[in-house]
Design a protein around this ligand. Structure first.
Ligand code: FES
Length: 124
């Protein structure tokens, strides 16, 4: 396990554990971290974050819209990224931004399956 910390733009920080090989976004959703995302497949860039400490790399075989220069600058797409060590990311939005997303169960009722990507993971 690696510990990953998200540093939000409002100064809030949240840490959670990520299993080896697990996408960081999946672990964040499971830990109910207020993270923004949509496609979960490396194509929309909604989940972009800047690696500020440690090592995290794009998963082998995963697609990513980031340029190699952006990766060199520390940007990562959390949905296709795995932690190689304990690491920290800076997020460009506040901790309240992700928390404002309605739960997936409400989205599914209001928007149908097409709305699921706009919603948070279901509560467990
Ligand atoms: S959620 Fe779309 S690129 Fe990560």
């Amino acid at each position: 396990m690696h510990q990953v910390t998200f540093n939000f733009a409002d100064g809030a920080s949240r840490s959670f554990d990520v299993a080896p090989g697990e996408p960081i976004l999946n672990a964040a959703i499971a830990a109910e971290i207020p993270v923004l995302y949509q496609c979960q497949s490396g194509s929309c860039s909604t989940c972009v974050a800047k690696l500020s400490d440690g090592d995290a790399q794009t998963r082998a075989g995963a697609s990513s819209t980031l340029l190699s220069s952006e990766v060199s600058d520390g940007l990562r797409l959390l949905c296709v990224c795995e932690a190689k060590t304990d690491c920290s990311f800076d997020l460009a939005y506040t901790s309240e931004a992700g928390a404002e997303r309605p739960p997936a169960s409400q989205c599914l009722r209001r928007l149908g399956r097409a709305g699921r990507q706009q919603c948070r993971a279901p509560e467990t």
